[in-house]
Design a protein. Structure first.
Length: 235
């Protein structure tokens, strides 16, 4: 059986060669280990293997794990977030990747203010046009939301996030990522602080790196296939 540290080594080597192939620098890319469905001891194993950033996509699971892990790490929340669950996430999240409405941004701002924190956020963009996906649909929606968020003093927009369509078609994946990159450049010209591109998962991170990703979100390639037959507490 493959150990986490062996998986991680492969991922790191792949990142290294992607970065080299497109003339980028390794320091431009943060590797986020998406630990959803995995146990706290797996997270600690990842920390020991050198991982620094971890991501979860369910608010309650995020709250519980981020309370259980006492070690210092960088927490990312990247799932669909309902306003009534914002309070579970803001306390420990260094970054919230999935902001897609003013209503949600306002709620995050409210909780951040309550605990005297400036919350880093990313706007989620639906770059594939798939109906089932969350996220802003186009540049105009992004621009409008960015403008409105300017009045919220306890959130700090730092980037954009997207989920590519579920396909192995390289052209479609590349188009989705390059679209996010173009939107980032355009909005960043106006706002100046939206620099991060959170894109690329187990099956497509090499392409995402070529298209400018600064945060890649990898679960399966690090932790192995997710076992959803038991909850993370029961494993
Ligand atoms: C699960 C998840 C990932 C990681 O997916 P893998 O294919 O296992 O690497 C990345 N981003 C989000 C938002 C996720 O929910």
């Amino acid at each position: 059986m493959m150990m986490l540290k062996d998986n991680l080594k492969i991922v790191q080597e792949n990142i290294q060669s992607s970065v080299q192939n497109c003339g980028r620098d390794l320091s431009e890319i943060s590797l986020i280990a998406v630990s959803k469905t995995n146990t706290v001891s797996k997270i600690l194993e990842g920390l020991n293997a050198g991982l620094t950033d971890f991501g979860e996509n369910k608010a309650v699971e995020f709250r519980d794990k981020s309370e259980l892990v006492k070690e210092k790490l960088i927490w990312h929340f990247m799932g669909h977030l309902q306003t009534n669950k914002v309070k579970y996430v803001v306390k420990n999240a260094n970054f919230i990747h999935s902001v897609e409405s003013f209503k949600l941004a306002k709620e995050i701002n409210k909780y951040a203010e309550k605990i005297d924190k400036i919350q880093n956020i990313l706007f989620e963009v639906n770059t594939s046009g798939e109906e089932a996906k969350f996220g802003l649909r186009n540049y105009d929606e992004l621009y409008e939301l960015t403008e409105k968020c300017g009045e919220l003093s306890n959130i700090k927009p730092v980037g954009l996030m997207t989920m590519a369509p579920f396909t192995s078609n390289e052209n479609i994946l590349r188009k989705s990522f390059s679209k996010l990159s173009e939107m980032r450049n355009k909005i960043n010209n106006k706002v100046g602080s939206i620099k991060e591109l959170s894109m690329g998962m187990t099956n497509d991170y090499a392409i995402a790196i070529e298209e400018g990703a600064t945060m890649i979100r990898i679960g399966t390639a690090i932790f192995g296939a997710r076992d959803v037959s038991l909850s993370w507490r029961e494993k």
